[in-house]
Design a protein around this ligand. Structure first.
Ligand code: FAD
Length: 365
């Protein structure tokens, strides 16, 4: 049996960054990834999401991100990740879907079916894409139309001629409405009124990620430090309309937003005031939850429902060390759930792993 110093689970932005830094520190590790190909969640994004549509993808360490343009993100980013893995010789093994991580004395055992890897530390970088969240509403099972989540979004062609209700107040909902309004009949419902940012523009977006974004990330980090489930960073920073959404804005789609309906009926949705809208499709752009079910045997969760994390440094995105079990690092979780955050957290995790290995020498025999 080989004993690894670290096992990384997940080869998205966060996992690749962690692996790069572990390699630089000469830490013996393997990266286990559930997908058959490089690309993390990006390979599963819908075909009409171009590099012009993404909010901004941060560089990987020593790996500049591809530029903007009309090419499909689900093609460009996997290509970039694949090149990166090869260039730096990162030890990625795929496809391996980890189903359990168990503690065995000082060691951790990472299991995928019959296969197992034994390690002294763990870096979990499994993202959120495999845990789509759909809120429950009475009558959902009676709906005869189609219910789709962001992960199923088939693109506008499939929805032409249908009446589509987009649910959710985040960036994906805004983008879907922008894309669908010119070709089909759309409605919008959100739980809370969306927070629009007046200063939105490409430049303001960049400035935002430097300034306002930091405050938002700090709020998420404070939640995570207390052991609360992480909130979405966008939910606290506000939304903007880009040129791609101007047509939908002109049609008044964003102004006609309604609060959430009270129940779902076979051919539509009904609000508490009794009003009813017929819809053919409900598109749930209602976000994701961290994909951490395989960590359940380690009992990392606090009574408040989240996994409490401690920071490595002063940067809020270095909150990666499980407060309960310092052998375990979570990257791309909470304050680091963005490409820039994943990048920084990967470095922090490698630092934390090195410290842990130095402070907890293996007592053989
Ligand atoms: P992922 O890219 O999801 O990678 C996780 C990896 O872990 C996957 O390869 C998966 O196969 C693997 N995995 C999962 N479970 C297991 C398991 N049990 N065993 C083994 N492997 C497993 N952020 C930005 O900064 N800019 C953007 O423009 C942006 N756009 C976004 C658009 C959409 C529609 C969404 C949903 C999110 C967007 N984000 C964006 C947030 C984005 O998801 C993250 O920034 C980043 O891509 C996440 O990287 P990650 O490495 O944490 O996770």
């Amino acid at each position: 049996m080989h004993l690894y110093d670290a096992v990384v689970i997940g080869a998205g932005q966060a996992g690749l960054s962690a692996s790069y830094h572990l390699r630089r520190l000469d830490i013996d590790h393997v990266v286990l990834d559930a997908d058959a190909r490089p690309g993390g969640a990006w390979q599963h994004r819908w075909d009409t999401l171009t590099m012009d549509d993404v909010h901004g993808v941060a560089d990987l360490p020593d790996g500049p991100a591809p530029g903007r343009g009309g090419d499909r993100a689900n093609n460009v980013i996997p290509g970039w990740f694949g090149d990166y893995e090869r260039t730096f010789g990162l030890p990625v093994v795929r496809p391996v879907r980890v189903d359990r991580v168990e503690s065995d004395g000082d060691l951790l055992v990472v299991r995928a079916g019959e296969r197992a890897w034994t390690t002294r530390t763990l870096v979990n970088a499994t993202g959120t894409w495999t845990r789509p969240f759909v809120p429950s509403y009475p009558g959902a099972e009676t709906f005869v139309g189609e219910q789709l989540h962001t992960v199923d979004y088939p693109g506008p062609e499939h929805l032409v001629g249908k009446r589509v209700l987009v649910v959710g107040g985040g960036a994906s909902a805004v983008q879907f409405l922008g894309e669908l309004a010119p070709v089909t009949d759309v409605l919008w419902a959100t739980r809370r009124p969306p927070v629009w940012r007046d200063d939105w523009s490409e430049q303001a977006g960049r400035d935002w990620s430097e300034q306002t974004g930091r405050d938002a990330i700090t709020l998420v980090q404070e939640r995570v430090a207390r052991g609360l489930p992480p909130a979405s960073v966008v939910s606290v920073t506000g939304l903007g309309l880009r040129p791609q959404e101007q047509e939908a804005a002109r049609r008044g789609v964003y102004d006609a937003r309604r609060p959430m309906f009270a129940r779902i009926e076979p051919d539509g949705v009904r609000w508490a005031d009794g009003s009813f809208e017929h819809v053919d499709v409900i598109l749930w752009a209602t976000g994701f939850r961290p994909a951490v079910a395989h960590l359940a045997p380690l009992h990392l969760r606090s009574p408040l429902g989240g996994i409490a994390l401690t920071s490595v440094g002063r940067d809020v995105q270095t909150a990666v060390i499980s407060t309960v079990d310092p052998r375990v690092q979570l990257v791309g979780y909470g304050p680091s759930a963005s490409t820039i955050g994943g990048n920084r957290a990967g470095r922090a995790a490698a630092t934390a792993v090195r410290r842990h290995l130095a402070e907890s020498p293996l007592l053989l025999g």
